[in-house]
Design a protein around this ligand. Structure first.
Ligand code: NCD
Length: 307
């Protein structure tokens, strides 16, 4: 039963529930008009303590396309947080106004903390470098639409694997399906956190390897998940400048990729995918944006008990 539940990280949902949400998203994609009224009278609160365009707009569009409405803020400096209000109190108050919360924070664990005080479902829309489960639902809907299933893939995760929360959530989610292998492509300093290796890959018996050069791995991939270097999470500007151009996917590199490989990216893109790649039929990152809205529609409908 998904009604009333919090979604903090991929493990908040069983694989059956993930299938239920993505299956509903697939039905919405086929006939969105049939779902245009299912959240009539319900309110989504978007509490964004960290900048976002796509994720916030995607949540807002999702709720409006379900016939519901949206309240919230995208700039915490205009809220009572600046007067010293605690997150716990903000959440208690918002729980009395809305039916579901989508929340983003620069602090790891903030969404979990909010869920402890909330009487309505809390959806984590990104907590620092930790998790981003609705991006993962987006990625899963895209992968099933384009590759047919969530198993038997060789997945290249490329870029900032240290701070990239979308990567942490996707690695955790795809490790639950059979015969997936990971190639972790990053500079040594931006390699995936140890806990993903020790608590996710090893217990699940996942085959993985770590490489530094995209050219050494691209030919074996079914899915290439590109990410930007997460500037805002660096302590030191020099390190960011040194690492920001570590990977640039261009037409030349795409020559070695399989014909049916797909390129995903959670966006925003900085310069890690050259614009010339956008016309390549394997580039799926703009389709992914659209799937994200449908995935969020399905999730909101389920958590609010509307379907
Ligand atoms: C991602 C995020 O916020 O983690 N963006 C998004 O939600 N689509 C990726 C990023 O910011 O690089």
């Amino acid at each position: 039963m998904l009604t009333g539940r919090h979604v903090i990280e991929p493990g908040s949902l069983t694989i059956q529930e993930i299938d239920e949400i993505c299956g509903l998203a697939e039905q919405i994609i086929v006939d969105p008009a049939a779902f245009s009224d299912v959240c009539r009278g319900k309110i989504l609160a978007t509490l964004f303590f960290e900048p976002s365009t796509r994720t916030r707009l995607s949540f807002e569009a999702a709720m409006q396309r379900l016939g519901g409405s949206v309240i919230g803020f995208s700039d915490a400096s205009a809220t009572s947080t600046t007067k010293g209000e605690t997150l716990a109190d903000t959440i208690r108050v918002v729980s009395s106004y809305a039916d579901v919360i989508a929340m983003r924070s620069p602090k790891e664990g903030a969404a979990f903390l909010a869920s402890e005080y909330s009487s309505i479902p809390v959806i984590n829309a990104g907590d620092g470098g930790h998790h981003h489960p609705t991006q993962t639902l987006t990625d899963l809907v895209t992968i099933r639409a384009m590759k047919g299933s969530w198993s038997g893939h060789t997945i290249g995760l490329c870029g900032d694997l240290k701070f990239g929360r979308t990567v942490h959530s996707l690695a955790k989610a795809l490790s639950r399906y059979p015969n997936n292998k990971f190639v972790l492509i990053s500079p040594n300093e931006l390699s995936i956190p140890e806990y993903i290796i020790n608590q996710v890959f090893i217990p699940a018996g996942i085959e993985f390897k770590q490489v530094e050069r995209l050219e050494d791995a691209i030919q074996e991939l079914d899915i290439l998940y590109m990410t930007r270097v997460q500037k805002e999470r660096f302590f030191n500007e020099q390190d960011y400048i040194r690492l920001k151009d570590s990977y640039i996917l261009d037409k030349e590199k795409m020559k070695s990729a399989k014909d049916n490989m797909i390129i995903l990216h959670p966006l925003p893109r900085v310069n890690e995918i050259a614009p010339e790649v956008d016309e390549d039929p394997r580039a799926a990152y703009f389709k992914q944006v659209k799937y994200g809205m449908f995935a969020r529609m399905a999730l909101i409908a389920k958590l609010t008990g509307s379907l």
